[in-house]
Design a protein. Structure first.
Length: 219
């Protein structure tokens, strides 16, 4: 990178950070479609006890949503109830104007990004992909290797692609699944924060729910 910026790369979490009205899109969708809550909890526990892989957890989630009748259109209807975070577009455009590279590292779903930020040219998006057939039924997808603890590996991967050190990356996120990536980044900003641990670990905590408040912290 020859931009001369101290932090050439800015990575954002998606749910609760760039997107408002949801903590995790998975919770929003599962509650919205009324999927089997016990089965969902079991898979969650199995993943965190390392009895199943992340890929198996994702496949299980897709299966539950499919069984509850979720389709492309009905999922998009739930996503349409969410809004980009206040100040999100202004923040992204300003970072772009300053010459930063901009990334999303998230365990959410690609259709949330395309639906709410379709026009914005992110430089990197590391996220789960969901696939549908021509009738809009879920056929599967591709898991991100970079969720929870592995979000930090996602940041390292993006720094490698950009030819910079992790100390030259900023991360902005809101919750427990961001602890590892926040620790890996040179500067971290807890925004719209629901995690005491993240607030303690982050370089800065932004309490006003307007994403533009992170801009002075990324000079
Ligand atoms: Mg989040």
């Amino acid at each position: 990178m020859t931009t001369g910026l101290r932090f050439p790369l800015v990575c954002f979490d998606l749910d609760g950070t760039l997107v408002d009205d949801t903590v995790y899109i998975w919770t929003t969708l599962h509650e919205g479609f009324g999927t089997d809550a016990a089965a969902r909890q079991r898979a969650h526990d199995d993943f965190f006890a390392q009895r199943i892989t992340y890929r198996e957890w994702l496949a299980h989630d897709f299966q539950l949503l499919r069984a509850a009748g979720a389709t492309r259109d009905s999922m998009l209807a739930f996503i349409d109830r969410l809004k980009p975070m206040r100040g999100a577009f202004e923040t992204l455009r300003e970072l772009r104007r300053r010459g930063h590279r901009i990334a999303i590292v998230s365990g959410s779903l690609d259709i949330v990004v395309t639906r709410l930020f379709g026009d914005f040219p992110f430089d990197h998006v590391l996220i789960n992909r969901i696939d549908f057939d021509d009738d809009g039924h879920i056929t599967g997808g591709e898991h991100t290797p970079y969720d929870v603890q592995n979000k930090a590996a996602g940041l390292h991967e993006l720094c490698r692609r950009e030819g910079i050190a992790p100390s030259q990356a900023v991360f902005v996120g809101d919750n427990e699944n961001d602890l590892w990536i926040a620790e890996a980044a040179g500067r971290s900003i807890a925004f719209n924060c629901k995690s005491d641990r993240l607030a303690q670990l982050a370089t800065y905590v932004v309490t006003e729910k307007d994403l533009r408040q992170v801009l002075p912290l990324i000079e």
